[in-house]
Design a protein around this ligand. Sequence first.
Ligand code: NDP
Length: 249
Amino acid sequence: MTTLTALITGANRGIGLETARQLLKKNVRVILSCRDAAKGQAAVQQLREVSAHISFLPLDIACPEQVAAAADQVTQQYGHLDILINNAAITHVAGTALPKERISNTIMHSNIADIKAVFDVNVWGTLQLTQALFPLLQQSPAGRIINLSSELGSIQLQADTSSPIYHVKKFAYNSSKTMVNLLTVYLQEALRNTNVRAYTVSPGWVKTDMGTAAAFLEIPEGARIIVQAALEDVPTNRFFTHQWQEIPW
Ligand code: NDP
């Protein structure tokens, strides 16, 4: 029996798509959202082999009109939402990747407009969607908001010269994930007396377009922590790796 309904952003590929697959296998109803309708429909078609309980929602999380329309559609179709997975993100604006020799520390080379564009998706997009869907999450007996972060968002690891994270100083992306962590902390406080919980998880370094083929983890391993945070009884007030090791904020 299908009991829970989950909405996943940026679910046409990578970790989002795999999370949709794993949730469907656990009988969760999935609203697969993404910004390209053709890619979204293709992903839904592919996942129908796993379960019929999947639907497509067009959604660019950086577009306020699409966020509002998405909230209306979920309200009309389902009347509630149990799980929101804020997965969609970018590392840089297309065409603005810095040459390899300059990515050791991008802060002096980053264009402010490019940093803002990364924040528009990773931070403000995540926040505006969460705000828009919160009334629907409140209709669930136990709503969950799962924010995808990264160890690269840890200020402590960024400052620790002995950490491998220290050497990956992509300012726009890393600081956007630091903000996602802060967003989760604020949400946890704001939601304290509600039926909704907020989580921040890091999938680890995963072989996706974003993670590249050099990454350590296969996509199913990266998606697992998200599915666990969505369905299992896990602690909310800390930041965890894919193996549930605590990451310093
Ligand atoms: P991918 O780059 O493979 O996929 C990113 C997804 O986000 C795509 O579906 C993309 O859509 C979508 N997206 C980008 N911008 C928007 C937008 N404005 N609105 C809606 N969707 C959008 O990334 P991963 O699967 O690797 O990453 C998933 C999450 O995990 C991200 O939050 C990432 O930061 C996090 N993460 C990943 C790690 C890794 O090693 N892979 C490590 C740590 C964290 P489109 O196809 O249209 O571009």
